[in-house]
Write a protein that binds this ligand. Structure first.
Ligand code: AGP
Length: 618
């Protein structure tokens, strides 16, 4: 949940590290710190509670920025409140070893007690300071080099980590290691420089060659030398696979938008097209997906599909439940990964588990698929981030190709996940003979039109902004939908909660009368999805029930609707489409609404409080 980045080479490390931290700030932003090593001035550590901009301000107060080795950290607190002392880097008692860490050391307490008995003292409340002192103790007692000490220490540790360690006694070397939290190493020209980061964004303008460490691997990185990678639990040497990065700089910059979230909302027509590009050939009735084609028997023989995910990805999973059951007639269960992994689930050899994750690093989702694999299930991963842990852990999978999503609130990740899941459901539905030729072709053509419809829908932005201005001071909101749009109601409420901090609940519209209806009065805005297919009349009745209790109704309807227009306080029209694809459209006004309310309330849209983009701790 934290961002780590580092540099070792011939350039000035400071600008690379600080820019890298800005790009990684989506991973955590409650404090930031940096270590710079300069041959003449020793190793300087600067750290502060707050954002990377606060760290920059601190650095501008006369602190030396010299040095061509260093690393930086942006924190999302796990152990210890966000303050200057708990910020990373952390130093060992001798002052020689310095560490930055992303993850959690679960047995830190027992290690701390043992180290305390041996005379170690601790300044911070963090598990990270315990780890660096454990490494120091191991190094001392075994009289070994840093790499060996880290290896021994990590074998005593339970938890998850991505770490980078510096030793003042060996200042031309950085040691990195990972278990459960990602680390990418960028390789500069002729091994003259190396970059370290939680994802490749900090070094994309310097090199396209990267190594992603696997779980249980560590790397010793030395100036001007070949990188040395080995396993943590034995001494085997690994020959690294160097990957060619496809990401470009433009994709990770705001490109004229005020916020990444707005940029990413507007990118959706493109992102959805990129998801089906090369996969959907509508005029020929073809859906081509290698991950599915190669494992077709597994899907066709599946007794059920179990979908595991968290947050917005879980909402996409709920949409998939409707898609798979309706189009392919395969029973589906959708599980919160965090619950699934701990409740001894019944999984059979004939179950297919689909894991959905934008980042591909969500700890609970990763653990859920490891469990499913152990129990014999076939695991299919749907991720956005190429080469991510979930993508690599799954037996097969497909990328959404949405491009980097940097705003903490997921937008294009959601619509591209639904697009991909629609392709899979249609492909399986056709193969299983559940869809007539005519219906199948119609679906394919309709899906191909979705990006254009999203594009035209984005033109409602001003209207949504006006609605946002009317309801921005609400303290509670209700989101209602039925069928395919029930998950969109959940997603709409989540978007509002996470970036505006307004309390919001999503409900299936008919459930309202079993409780939430008690909340309705003239101050309560209720956002209702009432598109023309599915359960339209039933939703209209629900709207009448709200009206009778004086609730404020903001309805999403299909273009040309007249019935709801008469009753609602505001309507937002979406283009007509197949019911199965309406979530791809109905979600757009909710994204824009949350965005505008958050901006009007002066919230930090891209980095809402307490959240992080990739939840790599459980
Ligand atoms: C969505 O807006 C949230 N930031 C969050 O719920 C997110 O979807 C969840 O943490 C899962 O992330 P993943 O898709 O990267 O696994």
């Amino acid at each position: 949940m934290c961002g780590i980045t580092g540099y070792i080479g011939y350039r000035n490390a400071y600008p690379i590290i600080i820019k890298g931290l800005q790009r990684l700030e989506y991973r955590g932003y409650d404090s930031a710190g940096i270590l710079l090593y300069n041959d003449n001035e020793d190793a300087l550590i600067s750290k502060t509670k707050g954002k990377v901009s606060d760290l920059e301000e601190l650095m501008n107060s006369g602190i030396s920025k010299e040095g061509n080795i260093g690393f930086g950290h942006t924190r999302w607190a796990t152990h210890g409140v966000p303050n200057d002392v708990n910020s990373h880097p952390h130093t060992s008692n001798s002052g020689n070893l310095v560490i930055i860490h992303n993850g959690i050391i679960e047995n830190y307490d027992s290690i701390k007690k043992e180290l305390t008995k041996r005379g170690y003292t601790f300044k911070s409340d963090t598990d990270t300071e315990v780890l660096i002192n454990l490494i120091e103790e191991v190094k001392k007692t075994n009289n070994c080099k840093l790499g060996k000490a880290i290896q021994i220490a990590l074998n005593e540790v339970i938890g998850a980590y991505a770490i980078t360690v510096f030793d003042k006694e060996k200042p031309d070397e950085l040691v990195v290691a990972r278990l459960g939290s990602p680390i990418a190493i960028g390789i500069g020209k002729e091994n003259k420089e190396f970059f370290i980061a939680s994802d490749a964004s900090p070094f994309i303008e310097y090199t396209k060659n990267a190594i992603y460490l696997e779980d249980g691997e560590m790397a010793i990185i030395r100036k001007d030398k070949e990188i040395e990678i080995r396993k943590i639990n034995d001494d085997s040497i690994i020959t690294p696979e160097i990957q060619q990065l496809k990401m470009n700089l433009e994709q990770i910059e705001k490109g004229g938008y005020d916020h990444f979230m707005l940029k990413e909302i507007y990118e959706q027509p493109h992102a959805i097209t990129d998801t089906y590009r090369g996969r959907l050939i509508a005029n020929k009735g073809i859906i081509r997906m290698a991950g599915i084609d190669d494992n077709m028997e597994k899907f066709l023989n599946a007794d059920r599909i179990i979908i595991v995910a968290c947050g917005t990805s879980w909402h996409a999973g709920l949409v998939a439940e409707y898609l798979f059951e309706d189009l392919a007639r395969i029973p589906v269960e959708v599980e919160y990964a965090s619950e699934f992994r701990y409740r001894n689930p019944i999984i059979n050899d004939n179950d297919v588990v689909i894991a959905i994750s934008q980042s591909g690093e969500t700890a609970d989702t990763l653990a859920a698929i490891k469990l499913a694999k152990e129990k014999g299930a076939f695991v299919f991963g749907i991720c956005n981030v190429v080469g991510s842990s979930i993508a690599r852990e799954a037996h097969a999978g497909a990328y959404t190709h949405a491009g980097p999503e940097i705003g903490v609130a997921s937008t294009k990740a959601f619509t591209t996940q639904i697009t991909l899941l629609s392709l899979i459901a249609l492909k399986l539905g056709k193969k299983k003979g559940n869809l007539s030729n005519a219906k199948y072709h119609n679906y394919l053509q309709e899906l191909e039109l979705i990006p254009k419809k999203v594009e035209s829908l984005l033109a409602i932005d001003e209207k949504v902004k006006h609605i946002a201005s009317v309801y921005k001071d609400a303290t509670n909101c209700l989101y209602l939908g039925r069928g395919f749009n029930f998950p969109v109601a959940l997603e709409g409420a989540l978007k509002l909660k996470e970036i505006s901090y307004i309390h919001a609940e999503g409900y299936p519209a008919a459930e309202m009368k079993h409780g939430p209806i008690a909340l309705i009065d003239e101050n309560m805005p209720i956002f209702v999805i009432a598109t023309n297919k599915g359960h339209y009349e039933k939703v209209v009745s629900n709207i009448q029930e709200i009206k009778a209790r004086k609730g404020k109704i903001i309805a999403i309807v299909t273009e040309g609707d007249t019935t709801v227009k008469e009753i609602a306080d505001h309507i937002i029209e979406i283009p007509d489409t197949e019911e199965a694809f309406t979530p791809l459209l109905t979600t757009i006004p909710f994204q824009l609404l949350s965005y505008h309310i958050a901006v009007m309330l002066n919230r930090n849209v891209d980095q809402p409080r307490n959240l992080a983009k990739a939840v790599t701790v459980e």
